[in-house]
Design a protein around this ligand. Structure first.
Ligand code: IPD
Ligand code: CA
Ligand code: CA
Length: 256
């Protein structure tokens, strides 16, 4: 299944690449939440291929109506993660596909066709970037940790969420090496997986933002929890906290 998935996702990557260098029809789903004809086009392409190739799975995808689709044997798709980057030609944008069997992680694939980075992981087999094994960093000193985060689209409409973002940055920033906000949750998780960041946290993410990245990070030796330090549950938790494992407790402590 993994090989076929990669083949299909690479084909979809060509559509993303074409769109990245062309004019996009941008519309707004919400005050800050963009969508383009390429989000929809890539999603339709992937859905059609996946449903034909993998008939034991349903597909849950960002731009679709998922209300009648039960999460179980599911392929969870974000056709473009980092749409704002895609629109602004900032090369941190990707296709994210997470495969779950009986709700359990199975295969994660994140593909950035602009930088030609393909992150893959199958549970029990480790994580890879373009076929080379990747691992989380060994840094255990929080003061030396590079932390990544993201800002929720609700920061434009919900003062409670905005205040929470600022409050957490105020605590974390002086205590760590620095903070990055690159604009793709799927890639953020992969960057922790390859040891570029020590940790990452964000609120209000959707299952398709993280379905693949959490499998890749886990397989690279990372840890993913909710804000309490307990198991992160897809579709349920407000916060995701991810790390190289070593700084996890310090990150959780500082966030609370
Ligand atoms: C977004 C990105 C971003 C994160 C947002 C997500 P989208 O996904 O992952 O990094 O901060 O919360 O919604 O809208 O580009 O698919
Ligand atoms: Ca996304
Ligand atoms: Ca998206």
């Amino acid at each position: 299944m993994e090989k076929k998935l990669i083949e299909i996702i690479k084909e979809a990557g060509e559509i993303l690449k074409e769109g990245y260098f062309s004019n996009k029809d941008v519309s707004f789903k919400a005050k800050k939440d963009l969508v383009t004809k390429y989000d929809v086009g890539i999603e339709n392409f992937l859905k059609e291929k996946f449903l034909k190739e993998f008939q034991d799975f349903n597909v849950i995808a960002e731009e679709s109506d998922n209300s009648n689709i039960e999460f179980n044997n599911s392929i969870i798709v974000d056709p473009i993660d980092g749409t704002t980057n895609f629109v602004n030609k900032l090369p941190h944008t990707c296709i994210s596909v997470g495969v779950y069997k009986n709700k359990e992680p199975y295969i994660g694939i994140v593909y950035n066709p602009i930088l030609d980075e393909l992150y893959t992981a199958k549970v029990g087999n480790g994580a890879f970037l373009n076929g080379e094994k990747i691992e989380v960093s060994a840094e255990d000193d929080f003061q030396k940790a590079l932390i990544s985060t993201g800002f929720p689209y609700t920061s434009g409409t919900c003062e409670v969420d905005l205040n929470d973002v600022i409050k957490k940055i105020k605590v974390i920033l002086p205590k760590c090496q620095d903070i990055r906000r690159l604009g793709s949750a799927a890639l953020d998780l992969c960057y922790v997986a390859k040891g570029m960041y020590e940790g990452y946290y964000e609120m209000n993410l959707k299952a398709w933002d993280v379905s693949a990245g959490i499998i890749i990070l886990k397989e690279a030796g990372g840890k993913i929890t909710n804000l309490d330090g307990n198991k992160y549950v897809l579709f349920e938790n407000k916060y995701i906290v991810a790390s190289n494992t070593k700084i996890h407790n310090a990150l959780i402590e500082n966030l609370n």
